[in-house]
Design a protein around this ligand. Sequence first.
Ligand code: FE2
Length: 133
Amino acid sequence: MAFIEWNQNFAVNVDQFDDHHRHLIDLLNKTHDQITRRLEKEKLGLVLVELIEYAKYHFRAEEVWMKNLDYPKLKQHCAEHHYFINRVQEMCEDYNSGNTALAQELLSFMKNWLSSHILGTDREYSRFIEAKP
Ligand SMILES: [Fe+2]
């Protein structure tokens, strides 16, 4: 069973972002696989870099889209994105400097943050766009 699976509850009904979220979930599963199979630190580092870079790309796309729609909760939404990137980068640095026990904490953090962000914060823009005349 996958570490985290996309399901209909995650749908934000913006095709581009549903695709992005599926891809982020794939990358998170890939990271989880690597950690459970205890692959070398270098390989884990690569998959984490890919995840962080993709998350940045996706957040930027959402932010531009929300800005163009004058979305009223843009600022809070961006703050959540920043928090995720900073926290993951911090944890990666710690991990790379030898604190490998951090791996599980990093996985749980990413899984919990991603689920609650999509189900809560992202679905708010989904409702906003549905209500827009
Ligand atoms: Fe978001």
